[in-house]
Design a protein around this ligand. Structure first.
Ligand code: NAD
Length: 473
């Protein structure tokens, strides 16, 4: 390809994360000539390279360490683990590399043109890519799908250039295990990284602005996690704000304002995990006439179309929740609509999972939302203390909660906390999508003994009769 020539795409996809590559693959499968532009040398975006996947590899390390430790109580003792950070890092790397290579192969197999560089709109039908080698490439397009993602929020007054102040990418790089690590933000990233660093030997403190960790989740689902980490971590300061962070020779001196927090304390490292911001303002969208809101989100309709008829947008850049599985769902819609297939966003729910220990997963209506919206609902909560499978894992703190419509009995929402909750929530999502009610779920035979039974047990409780517990009439 001549570096100065203009190439043409029937579908141009800007960004090669889970949204972007899914859109490119679907469009190619539907017969379109696709050009995919990605800033980094590898595909997979934040999720695969510095997000979901490497964090799951590290969380598995944490799980192995915790399980080995916990089993001393049940008759199996191991010696203290020897942590080889280099080896853990290269294992994590090998996981992402395998997937990177898989994606590169899939791009070739589908005859997609992949261009590495930073793409920005020049007009409503052209993107110019500043390539890594200094050259430029202009791509003209019939349709474009913007999948340019998001970046970690920074707090402007913090010493963001200091190496001891981390974002999630720094935390995943696993350069060192600080003796004292402060995590600012008790959301999903903060708590997943807390799980990893605590298992690897760091003294962890968490500071959260709101009155509970994972503020979007029902409190009863968060409580088992809160109880467990309260014993493990040095501090969990709720309703607390970080006033300032001052670099000193001893570490980062952090000043707090809040209920039970000290005035200040020194930490070896501070991870800031206070949310992510969309990249809508970084792609010269205005040159294509694409509207971007104040925050950097690009508004779209239910077919993922922006205000410009032939330009679509998907993933983090179009709004919350910023989740890979939302992006890939939206990606298929955009590619299909462009290809003339009738499609639109009609999923009933996007499940959320915190891969903490225990995991927390929820979908559909939360109980908080049901109350706020004045929905007439009934709930049933099955305690895993009555699950043989959970006890056999050495764990008894889990819960499975279902929320059903009071009149029709139809499932409206579900939340699960316990080991493996992230896997178990899928059944609830399917039940919601299929319009199941509590009776459907309770009459579905679940294998015994499994944690998946707890979903049916919660439904049995909703029905008023359950073998494994006594419900007072
Ligand atoms: P988040 O919004 O989930 O959590 C941020 C937390 O920080 C909130 O609890 C908020 O109240 C708190 N906060 C905000 N400002 C603060 C301040 N100044 N001091 C103290 N606390 C403050 O954001 P995140 O954890 O950074 O994650 C970013 C995005 O990535 C989210 O959209 C999340 O869904 C996604 N993500 C998902 C997963 C997953 O699905 N397992 C994992 C990682 C990230």
């Amino acid at each position: 390809m001549d570096a100065n020539s203009v190439i043409h795409a029937e579908v141009l996809v800007l960004g090669g994360g889970p949204g972007g590559y899914t859109a490119a693959f679907r469009a190619a499968d539907l017969g379109k000539k696709v050009v995919l532009v990605e800033r980094y040398p590898v595909l997979g975006g934040v999720c695969l390279n510095v997000g979901c996947i490497p964090s799951k590899a590290l969380l598995h390390v944490a799980q192995v360490i915790h399980e080995a430790e916990a089993f001393a109580e049940h008759g199996v003792s191991f010696s203290r683990p020897v942590i080889d950070l280099d080896k853990i890092r290269s294992w994590k790397q090998s996981v992402t590399q395998t997937l990177n290579q898989g994606l590169a192969k899939l791009v070739k197999q589908r005859h997609i043109t992949l261009i590495q560089g930073v793409g920005k709109f020049a007009t409503a039908n052209e993107v110019v890519v500043e390539k890594a080698d200094g050259g430029q490439q202009t791509i003209s397009f019939d349709h474009a799908i913007i999948a340019a993602g998001s970046h970690p929020s920074k707090i402007p007054l913090f010493p963001n250039e200091d190496e001891r102040l981390w974002d999630s990418t720094d935390a995943l790089a696993l350069k060192s295990i600080p003796k004292k690590l402060l995590i600012v933000g008790g959301g999903i990233i903060g708590l997943e990284m807390a799980t990893v660093y605590h298992a690897l030997g760091a003294g962890v403190s968490v500071v959260e602005l709101m009155d509970q960790i994972i503020p979007g989740c029902d409190k009863d689902l968060v409580t088992p996690l809160q109880r467990r980490i309260k014993k493990q971590y040095e501090n969990i300061w709720l309703q607390t704000r970080v006033q300032a962070i001052e670099p000193t020779d001893e570490g980062l001196k952090v000043s707090f304002e809040g209920k039970n927090a000290p005035n200040s304390e020194v930490f070896d490292a501070v991870l800031v995990a206070v949310g992510r911001r969309p990249n809508g303002k970084q792609i010269a969208a205005e040159k294509a006439g694409v509207a971007v809101d104040e925050q950097g989100f690009i508004p779209v309709d239910s077919q993922q179309r922006t205000n410009v008829h032939h330009i679509f947008a998907i993933g983090d850049i179009v709004g919350n929740p910023m989740l890979a599985h939302k992006a890939s769902y939206e990606a298929k819609i955009a590619a299909e609509v462009i290809s003339g297939v009738k499609a639109g966003f009609d999923a009933l729910t996007i499940p959320s999972v915190a891969y903490t220990d225990p995991e927390i997963a929820w979908m559909g209506l939360t109980e908080n939302q049901a109350q706020q919206q004045g929905v007439e609902y009934e709930k049933a909560v099955f305690p895993w203390a009555a699950s043989g499978r959970s006890l056999a894992l050495g764990r008894n703190e889990g819960l499975t909660k279902i929320i059903c419509d009071k009149e029709s009995g139809r499932l409206l929402g579900a939340g699960i906390v316990g080991p493996g909750a992230g896997e178990l929530i899928a059944e609830a999502v399917l039940a919601l999508e299929m319009g199941a009610d509590a009776e459907d779920i309770s009459l579905t035979i679940h294998a015994h003994p499994t944690l998946s039974e707890t979903f049916a047990f919660a439904a049995e409780m909703m029905e008023g009769t359950i073998t494994d517990l006594y419900i007072k009439k």
